[in-house]
Design a protein around this ligand. Structure first.
Ligand code: PEP
Ligand code: MG
Length: 588
């Protein structure tokens, strides 16, 4: 029997899972090389094309199935896979290999896609690594259609009735949506990052998951007993009974705690211990997260990242004005009368849409991104503005502009909005008069000039993910500098305080919608700076509301004053941690 062992990875979806390991590994590669006679080449090309066509049909039918069961956003992944199989830039190199190297199609597919996938994976961006996984996925289905074999890698029959933890090198999107959710309680992978499709789906399904576990497949075997700790990123192999008991207890406790937090999250207005009214809203990307906003008791949406309407769509086509309007209406109606802050497209940078930018930027995060890209693509932007205005009467819409760096951009947006309004009104569609317009404060120049921006807008929203990245010159997606990404750095705190002052003086609402808003220590600090609105992933809303109910603004102000006088991020972090412990003791 194997010894107990614990491995560590990146936690991507919280919770505890206990089950038996099923190895979800690629079938032994059955692509032996065969050299073709000259007269075999043409029929081989024909065979390859037929396989590509039937593989595309299979993926399209998966896409339809996924669309019905999970929604259009998830189906987009498969529609994109099907497009690969119709794209000459993908098919051409495989066919050329068959012709020039005189090899069988299976071999040509394996070699060509392995090269392509390796090239994507070698790029320093997680998004590209995910594209590598997409290519592997398409290649596997293509090989199945070439071989005509039944393709199944899940061997769960021997584990009838037991909960299953999937253990994989990497989970592709098609693996992740096919997970039988009634039996699979968690998953662990050797590769992948927080932004991989599988991680996104795990969070959405509420399945605990840990990715990026070194040596995972060398250490874990089929049928091993596994505990997945998706909160701390731990994976236990053959845990002792006492470890299992401990985790089971934690899981039950967490489930009970979450249930009661969730119930309390619906208790009307949230107030701090000394009666200050606060708002805790949700950040969403996908339309079907509207139900999560309601389920977790969020006070509306503080940030709808509208660019995902485009990013989750197949091909390079933008959603039409009608499609967009329908989507915005769906969110607004579904949540009315709660406010819904829809952010206009924040594309460019590392969020894709490279073809829109039109050139290979060396430094895309400092390039044509957010509102700058919208100005550079006026038709795309006007279409979005018209769609938003046409949907506005369906609910409580607020518009938010990303990557604002100064007052001119807001003035320019107002001019475009005025024109869009005239166009929509001309068509006889009613548009409310008073749709609030806000600026994201996520670029240091905007934070430094918040006193100039605040009078020009109806509200401000701090995007701390980018504000930290740009202030500290630390790429938010680069793990080699991730320990320098410090939300408590004095420079960040001073900028946040400056923005809070500007909002207070101009009497404009200010909310925080970056990841900082999900951390109680930082919420305490923000509260002390006078901030009363917070927005975060829907599942974190109940815990933040609960935290806010237990603290007073007077304590928070004392904490903020002290934190602002400190010289280093470490000092601030330890101070805040101590304050939280003290508050917990007093509250206990
Ligand atoms: C931010 O930058 O903090 C933010 C909320 O926007 P995004 O994460 O979409 O860049
Ligand atoms: Mg941002």
């Amino acid at each position: 029997m194997k010894r107990q062992l614990s491995l560590t990875g990146i936690p991507v979806s919280p919770g505890v899972a206990v089950g038996r390991a099923v190895l979800w590994v690629s079938r032994e590669d059955s692509s032996p090389k065969r050299t073709l006679e000259p007269e075999e080449i043409e029929p081989e090309i024909e065979r390859f094309r037929r396989a590509a066509e039937s593989a595309a049909h299979e993926i399209e039918s998966t896409a339809r199935h996924v669309k019905e069961s999970l929604g259009a956003e998830y189906a987009g992944i498969f529609q994109a896979h099907a497009l690969f199989l119709k794209d000459r830039t993908f098919l051409g190199p495989i066919e050329r290999r068959i012709v020039h190297e005189k090899v069988n199609a299976e071999w040509a597919v394996a070699e060509t896609t392995a090269d392509l996938s390796a090239r994507f994976r070698s790029l320093p961006d997680e998004d590209f690594a995910d594209r590598g996984a997409d290519i592997d996925d398409v290649a596997r289905i293509l090989k199945k259609h070439l071989g005509g074999e039944e393709y199944s890698r899940l061997r769960m029959e021997d584990l009838a009735g037991e909960a299953i933890v999937l253990v994989a090198d990497e989970l592709t999107p098609s693996d992740a949506v096919r997970i039988p959710r009634d039996r699979v309680v968690g998953f662990v992978t050797e590769r992948g990052g927080r932004t991989s499709h599988a991680a996104i789906l795990a969070r959405s399904f509420g399945i605990p998951a840990v990715v990026g576990v070194p040596q995972l497949l060398a250490e874990i075997g089929e049928g091993d007993r596994i505990v997945v700790d998706g909160r701390d990123g731990l994976v236990w192999r053959e845990p002792s009974e006492s470890v299992v008991a401990l985790f089971r207890e934690r899981r039950d406790q967490e489930a009970r705690h979450e249930k009661s937090l969730k119930e309390r999250s619906h208790d009307g207005i949230t107030r701090t211990h000394d009666g200050a009214e606060v708002f805790v809203r949700a950040n969403i990307e996908l339309l079907n997260e509207v139900s999560d906003v309601l389920e977790y008791g969020a006070d509306g949406v503080g940030l709808f990242r509208s660019e995902f309407l485009y990013l989750s769509k197949e091909g390079d086509e933008f959603p039409s004005e009608e499609e967009q309007s329908l989507a915005y209406r769906q969110v607004l109606e579904g949540l009315a009368p709660r406010p819904v802050v829809i952010r206009t497209y924040d594309l460019g940078g590392k969020k894709g849409a490279r073809h829109l930018v039109g050139s290979d930027e060396v430094n895309p995060v400092l390039g044509l991104r957010g509102v700058r890209l919208c100005f550079a693509r006026p038709e795309m932007f006007s279409t979005q503005l018209r769609a938003l205005l046409a949907a506005a009467a369906s609910g409580n819409l607020r518009l938010l502009v990303p990557m604002v760096s100064g007052v001119e951009e807001i003035r320019r947006v107002r001019i475009l909005l005025k024109k869009a309004r005239e166009d929509v009104l001309e068509r006889g569609i009613a548009v409310p008069d008073d749709i609030p317009l806000g600026a994201m404060i996520e670029v240091p120049s905007a934070a430094m000039t918040a006193d100039l921006l605040a009078p020009e807008v109806d509200f401000l929203s701090l995007g701390t993910n980018d504000l930290i990245q740009y202030t500290l010159a630390v790429d938010r997606a680069n793990e080699t500098v991730s320990d320098l990404f410090r939300p408590t750095h004095p420079a960040v705190l001073r900028l946040v305080a400056r923005v809070a002052d500007a909002a207070r003086i101009a009497e404009k609402p200010l909310s925080v919608c970056g990841e900082m808003a999900a951390d109680p220590a930082l919420v305490l600090l923000f509260l002390g700076l006078g901030i009363r609105e917070f927005s975060m992933g829907p599942r974190t809303v109940p815990a933040v509301k609960e935290f806010l109910r237990g603290v007073s603004t007077r304590d928070a102000e004392r904490v903020a004053r002290a934190a602002l006088s400190m010289s280093t991020a470490d000092e601030v972090s330890s101070f805040l941690a101590q304050e939280l412990r003290d508050l917990a003791t007093v509250g206990a």
